[in-house]
Design a binder for this molecule. Sequence first.
Ligand SMILES: *Cc1c(COP(=O)(O)O)cnc(C)c1O
Length: 306
Amino acid sequence: MNKKELLNYFDSPPATPLQEINDETFIQKNIKLFIKRDDLIDNFINGNKYFKLKYNLIEAAENNFKTLLSFGGAYSNHIYSLAYAGKKFGFKTIGVIRGEEHLPLNPTLQFARECGMEFYYLRRSDYRKKYSDEIISRLHKEFGDFYLIPEGGSNNLAVKGSSEITQRIDIDYNYLFCACGTGGTLAGIINGVDSKIKIIGIAVLKNASFLIDEVKKLLASEKFNWEILLDYHFGGYAKFNSELVNFIKIFEAKFNIKLEPIYTGKLIYAIYDLAKKNYFKPGSIIVAYHSGGLQGLEGLRQRNLL
Ligand SMILES: *Cc1c(COP(=O)(O)O)cnc(C)c1O
């Protein structure tokens, strides 16, 4: 394992642009939108996954773990990034994948396999109890010792990493928006910013009110300057419709920024919708966090969903 290279890599994240979105919608309302382009931080470990993995990989390296094990769906951005990180820094990686094996592998898992990741499939009923003693000891029997990173990479070390996201936004602003899956990134962002800034998470799953308590548990201290909007999920996790797909296409054509319909498409759509509904005071400056995840587009295209 190459610890020195790992520490170096995470010590100096590449700078990424803060891109202004000069769209009529915002000009009319006298507000400004900027997108923090962390999709550009790395081709393979990008967006929030860079920050969520940072302290987990450092912890694993410092404790001399040789193997990293984590969980995810077959199109997971986290599994993809973890597999690449394993190859880059010399860890063996195990991906515990929800559901059955489908061959040929989809582009996400194909890439992960090429990075050397080994897969272990759990049927959905077992996947639901993946952190139970029963399943974890089954995994230890199969793979020996490993450093476990939870699904989506969300644990306290991920939250610590995510709190560094906002140090890289060097303008004054009033609102910070991010997409919310497990809420780990949102919690880190809340921990990392001044309480004058309002932070808004866009839930990408249905019935996601449980996220509010999850995020509260991950906060360093009680904070009141944040909210999760629960109505921009488009039917649920990984669900979307032609309205969202058209929105993404027009947005990319206008601003040369790629979005996907699972996370960042819903995020930017929500900001447009809120602007049209006069949610923001005139003069407001809004930053949206581009959390990356564009690798998933290929799998969606292959299934003719885009
Ligand atoms: C994983 C992911 C998220 C969700 O992050 P959480 O910390 O689980 O809320 C958001 N956007 C993209 C692109 C992701 O890959």
